[in-house]
Design a protein around this ligand. Structure first.
Ligand SMILES: Cc1cc2nc3c(=O)[nH]c(=O)nc-3n(C[C@H](O)[C@H](O)[C@H](O)COP(=O)(O)O)c2cc1C
Length: 178
């Protein structure tokens, strides 16, 4: 997860005022490579989207997933008790990631999901109904029950060491040596 203090800067960039320990903590967390997702949902008065890398699968039965949302974000309060979609981004969707991280670009193309709005042409999606929300310090852990999902082929967008990168769909591994 990336707190709001850095969202208007280059992703992961740290402002001059950031305390050294927090800087070091962020840098240490950044060594954990993740995918990139966008949480989308209809709030009371508007449609929301927020870029996250805190997506985690939680349970198979029931099927549960989790996202950690900073209390300081516009989406935070409105997400409570509402259905949402998690859109996993493909390698070519960096602009979409930036769009929903405070750097608006071209208007995204929406899909009216049966449970919650989602984005078109993503690598995978999970439509969720609200399951639980847990206190996570300056974030809230929102757990959703997956009611619909799908995926397509393609390379994944990834985030590591404060930079976007690509994870190829398939790479030859040990099997080549056998
Ligand atoms: C790669 C990346 C990952 C992010 N992960 C999270 C996250 O897991 N949780 C979170 O609350 N914000 C995360 N952010 C920051 C939010 O996307 C950003 O604060 C967003 O613009 C807040 O929306 P708002 O301006 O509507 O409040 C991430 C940003 C980027 C670029």
């Amino acid at each position: 997860m990336i707190a709001k203090s850095s969202h208007n800067a280059e992703p992961g960039a740290v402002g001059r005022t950031t305390r050294p320990r927090e800087h070091h903590f962020r840098g240490s967390l950044g060594r954990f490579a993740t995918g990139v997702a966008i949480v989308t949902f209809d709030g009371a008065t508007k449609r929301h989207g927020i870029t996250v890398n805190s997506f985690t699968s939680v349970s198979m039965e029931p099927p549960l997933v989790l996202v950690s949302i900073a209390r300081s974000t516009k989406a935070h309060d409105e997400l409570a008790g509402r259905p949402f979609s998690v859109n996993i981004l493909g390698a070519e969707q960096k602009q979409l990631a930036l769009h929903f991280a405070g750097r608006p670009g071209p208007d995204p193309v929406w899909v009216e999901g049966a449970t919650a709005p989602r984005l078109s042409h993503v690598l995978a999606y999970f439509e969720c109904t609200p399951w639980a929300a847990y206190d996570g310090g300056d974030h809230t852990l929102y757990v959703g029950e997956v009611v619909d999902f799908n995926y397509r082929n393609g390379d994944a967008l990834a985030f590591a060491n404060s930079s976007f990168t690509t994870i190829p769909e398939s790479q030859l591994g040990m099997e080549e040596l056998l």
